[in-house]
Design a protein around this ligand. Structure first.
Ligand SMILES: Cc1cc2nc3c(=O)[nH]c(=O)nc-3n(C[C@H](O)[C@H](O)[C@H](O)COP(=O)(O)OP(=O)(O)OC[C@H]3O[C@@H](n4cnc5c(N)ncnc54)[C@H](O)[C@@H]3O)c2cc1C
Length: 567
């Protein structure tokens, strides 16, 4: 492929995607990450060996840079060296070990990967031809990059699959990274990438400025903040997990968890809205819908132009959701739905609703199918708005179907698979409820910590008392543990792994931690914890949902037990 071919191809493929991504403030192409998140970037091992290694590397980088210039991809070089104690500084400075191309959209990464690999490989070829050195291709380890000796041996192979090499002459050591390991993205990391920190900062700023000033009023008056969701849509948060080609932000579950957590730290009502819209309604249609349904429904949902609802629960079918009574009968070109759903988040304000209904009574849970309903369809209407203990600014309502005529093409997924698909949707949804829980727990903990430092009794801040310190220590520890479970589940989801057990563990533990933390938050506030001027009482009311919604704690324990007994 010629240079201009590559450039025009890069231009064609990369430009529109980057342009689309450019509207999201957290995408910083110039960001450099030292701790790798291989799935965020293309990381390719291209070592330039020989005594003039550094000069040759720079030459290669210049070629690559010019080829990627028009793609807006950020090219970076990961450099590392390991010097024996007696050689410092290393004679030739840093040893290059890998070249990294930052690619901001995880969902598009695999697609872009092959294109960038092509670019990199053609650059290497060009480089090799220029240097006239085809016998020593730059990817091979033939010479020590410090002293040019060819006496190289493998020193150790680390757990991660990385090999450490040692020069038999100068005793320098260095690490090469197996590209296969990089590409599979299977490293475990506990640090936040630059990109994730930026997302956290953006959401936190938003929550502090756009949500916090109104939280009390919304809660008191049960105001559903629709305009805030519109602003969140501008940031891409109403289509977090949806690829850019369907109008979403193209991010993964780790980012999603961060977003829900940060919103919930300030207001769980907004957190649950974002969670229900993204992972339940939009997620269900994206995962099980056909191309036409994705284009028609997912795109406006992901852009936040439409608000999504998801109706599984009924008055007689809660934990036992397979006991669905709502029925759908095929009449000509339409399904006719009759029944009622309870507790639907966005039941009143939702524009698009995924609802489960019985299409074959004789087939039990295998007779339940999923349907896409649109606001305004005859026979589809919101029912009673619930007056709730907590999360009072979120919209929870009954949804009513009275001879509701749903076009046949709005059947979502295979007939009879609605319940099974719902369980898969809940595997993701439960991670977001765990994030909702840790966000609210974090908010309650921070409020308690601040209060404990300010409030004086017996002439000292109450934080001086060991009894209060122990509470704070337990709160901080449990939140940390819940967060680790939640991020693990999110990370596994991003790897495409089955997460039924991990999602339930995260949801169960985080939900119960949130209840304990909010309880201690009130206790630390004393009488003021009981009063509305302080945030403690609201957290106390709000967190309880986390042990109920998307499966109660008892049901999570059943799921976990079933999974571990099955193994
Ligand atoms: C604010 C809010 C928002 C919601 N949003 C939605 C939504 O958007 N969409 C939706 O479909 N649903 C939604 N729900 C419904 C929620 O998922 C259900 O309330 C939940 O699954 C529990 O069902 P239930 O209320 O019928 O309780 P039940 O199933 O009646 O449970 C009552 C008690 O019995 C226990 N129990 C039941 N079965 C067993 C068992 N086998 N073993 C041990 N204990 C058991 C439960 O754990 C619980 O303690 C929402 C609920 C709330 C409160």
């Amino acid at each position: 492929m010629s240079n201009s071919d590559i450039l025009s191809k890069a231009d064609r493929v990369l430009r529109p995607v980057l342009k689309e991504l450019g509207r999201f403030p957290w995408i910083r192409l110039e960001g450099c990450c030292a701790g790798h998140k291989p799935e965020d970037s293309l990381w390719m091992e291209i070592n330039v060996l020989g005594s003039s290694g550094l000069r040759r590397l720079m030459e290669l980088l210049r070629i690559l840079d010019s080829k990627l210039a028009d793609t807006d991809c950020r090219l970076d070089c990961l450099l590392s060296y390991s010097a024996p104690a007696d050689i410092s500084p290393a004679p030739h400075g840093w040893i290059p070990t890998a070249i990294e191309v930052f690619w901001p959209s995880r969902n598009d990464w695999r697609r872009s990967q092959s294109m960038i690999v092509e670019t990199l490989l053609s650059s290497i070829e060009e480089f090799s031809n220029r240097s006239g050195d085809t016998t020593n291709p730059p990817c091979a380890i033939n010479y020590c990059p410090f002293c040019s000796s060819s006496f190289i041996r493998v020193d150790t192979i680390e757990k991660s699959g990385q090999q450490r090499y040692r020069c038999g002459d100068c005793d320098m050591t260095w690490t090469m990274v197996d590209p296969v390991v990089c590409f599979s993205g299977t490293f475990m990391e506990f640090g936040y990438t630059e990109e994730l920190l930026e997302i956290r900062r953006v959401v936190r700023d938003f929550a502090e400025s756009e949500i916090r000033p109104h939280v009390l009023e919304w809660d008191e008056k049960q105001i559903f903040p629709r305009d805030v969701l519109n602003k969140l849509a501008d940031l891409g948060f109403m289509g977090v997990l949806i690829p850019t080609e369907y109008g979403g932000a193209g991010l993964g579950y780790v980012e999603y968890v961060t977003i829900v957590e940060e919103l919930s730290r300030v207001d769980g009502s907004v957190g649950i809205s974002v969670a229900a819209h993204n992972s339940l309604c939009t997620g269900h249609i994206y995962s099980f819908g056909n191309e036409e349904q994705r284009r028609k429904f997912v795109v406006p949902l992901a852009k936040g132009e439409k608000l999504g609802a998801w109706s599984l629960t009924e008055s007689e079918a809660g934990s036992d959701a397979a006991g669905t009574q709502t029925v759908a009968q095929l009449e000509g070109e339409h399904w006719i739905l009759n029944g009622q759903k309870t507790f639907t988040t966005h039941g009143t304000y939702g524009d698009i609703c995924v609802a489960m209904a019985l299409t074959d009574k004789s087939a039990g849970h295998r007779g339940i199918s999923a349907f896409i309903l649109e606001r305004g369809m005859p026979g589809f209407s919101p029912g009673k708005k619930e007056n709730k203990l907590g999360l009072r600014a979120s919209d929870t309502s009954t949804v009513v179907f009275e001879d509701c005529r749903v076009p046949q093409e709005n059947l979502l997924g295979e007939p009879g698979n609605g319940f099974i698909d719902s369980l898969k949707v809940l595997d993701g949804g439960r991670i977001s409820i765990a994030a909702l829980a840790i966000g609210m727990a974090q908010g309650a903990y921070e409020a308690a910590l601040q209060y404990a430092k300010q409030r004086k009794q017996f002439g000292r801040p109450i934080a001086d008392f060991q009894a209060i310190q122990f509470k704070l220590a337990d709160m901080a520890t449990e939140i940390d543990a819940a967060r680790l479970l939640t991020y693990r589940a999110a990370w596994m989801k991003d790897q495409g792994m089955q997460t039924t057990e991990q999602s339930s563990k995260a949801k169960l533990y985080a939900g119960e931690v949130a209840v304990r933390v909010a309880n201690e938050c009130v206790q630390i506030h004393g009488g003021y914890g009981y009063i509305k001027e302080y945030p403690a009482e609201k957290f106390y009311r709000d967190v309880k949902l986390c042990t109920i919604g998307e499966g109660t704690s008892e049901i999570q324990r059943l799921v976990i037990a079933r999974e571990i007994l099955r193994q």
